[in-house]
Design a binder for this molecule. Structure first.
Ligand SMILES: Nc1ncnc2c1ncn2[C@@H]1O[C@H](COP(=O)(O)OP(=O)(O)OP(=O)(O)O)[C@@H](O)[C@H]1O
Length: 308
């Protein structure tokens, strides 16, 4: 049995279709990433999968439970960390965990052991008595995760769990997720960070409610049409403006201090880039073909969508 299955899952708000005919399945123990920009439909998908919101059309099952007809028993199988996860800032770390233990009706016996385990698992043991409101952003996220795990769920839903968290805490958070995976938990994570998507077993790219592609990160990279030329220059912004204006039909993206140009003819385009930039007095440090990143794939799939 799959951990998650959806069939034509759809949600409309008036004229707006927030989630449009989503059909996918996630295997038990899999780490699945739902990737898309703001407003793509990730949160709405999560709300339907966790039984909080009913679909307008279609259906979903999680651990075999129908998300509408069996919403109550479903809640025992899943943990959900939403974007505005309900931590109580005036309660301590320990009190927050006890609060969630009460909500899930965790028996008194064994409760302290479970909370102790979760605290050490999330590296929060020394902070048990600190008010949640006084925790750093990264620690808040870890406490949120610990609370979502209080009842030992089989499937964990995380909605942009590391949004706004510093890189070190993000890495820490992912280390904890990998540990959960080793324990057999299925993780469904929504993220706008493509480096995080790259850590998933499979990734679904969602845009305007539609699933545009769904595969392993490697196979998604294989979807790239053409070669990526990486251009290094001290002035990437000016170079991008110039190349966008002068290179016909090629897509030009800025990736930090580099440009990525997608082309079907690497040699010819490489020569053209050099001539255009040098002609305009913009220094070319190097031009070389590179492996596409997931971000390249997303940009390429979305630009294909835009011209459709
Ligand atoms: N309750 C609602 N009523 C009306 N429109 C809504 C509602 N919830 C979401 N939407 C709209 O549905 C679309 C998808 O929103 P959703 O929150 O699912 O996207 P998202 O990918 O999670 O983005 P974000 O990360 O910004 O939350 C958006 O256009 C949003 O404005």
């Amino acid at each position: 049995m799959d951990a998650i299955t959806t069939d034509n899952l759809t949600k409309r708000f008036g004229n707006l279709t927030a989630v449009d005919g989503l059909t996918l399945s996630v295997a038990p123990g899999e780490l699945f990433g739902l990737v898309g920009s703001d407003g793509a439909g990730k949160t709405t998908t999560m709300r339907m999968l966790t039984g909080i919101m009913d679909p307008t059309e279609g259906s979903a099952r999680v651990m075999g439970r129908h998300t509408v007809r069996e919403a109550e028993p479903l809640k025992e199988e899943i943990g959900y960390m939403s974007q505005r996860f309900g931590l109580y800032p005036d309660l301590t770390v320990l009190e927050n965990l006890h609060f969630y233990a009460d909500i899930y009706g965790l028996p008194r016996r064994g409760r302290d052991e479970k909370i102790g385990l979760l605290l050490s698992f999330s590296n929060l043991t020394p902070f048990g008595k600190r008010l949640a409101g006084n925790l750093s952003g990264g620690m808040k996220q870890k406490l949120g995760l610990a609370c979502a795990l209080i009842h030992t769920p089989k499937v964990l839903f995380l909605d942009e769990p590391t949004n706004g968290v510093d890189p070190v805490s993000r890495r820490d958070f992912w280390r904890i997720l990998y540990q959960l995976l080793r324990e057999g938990v299925t993780v469904f994570v929504a993220t706008a960070y493509l480096d995080e998507a790259d850590r998933c077993n499979r990734v679904g790219l969602i845009h305007r409610g539609k699933l545009l592609a769904c595969d392993t990160p490697d196979n998604l990279r294989g979807l790239m049409d053409g070669t990526i030329l990486e251009v290094r220059t001290p002035d990437p912004r000016r170079a991008a403006l110039l190349l966008r204006e002068r290179l016909e039909g090629e897509s030009v993206g800025i990736f930090g201090d580099r440009l990525h140009v997608v082309t079907r003819d690497a040699e010819e385009t490489g020569r053209a880039i050099k001539a255009i930039m040098e002609g305009a007095g913009v220094t070319v440090q190097s031009i070389r073909p590179v492996e596409p990143s997931l971000e390249d794939v997303l940009v390429s799939v979305l630009s294909g969508e835009a011209t459709r």
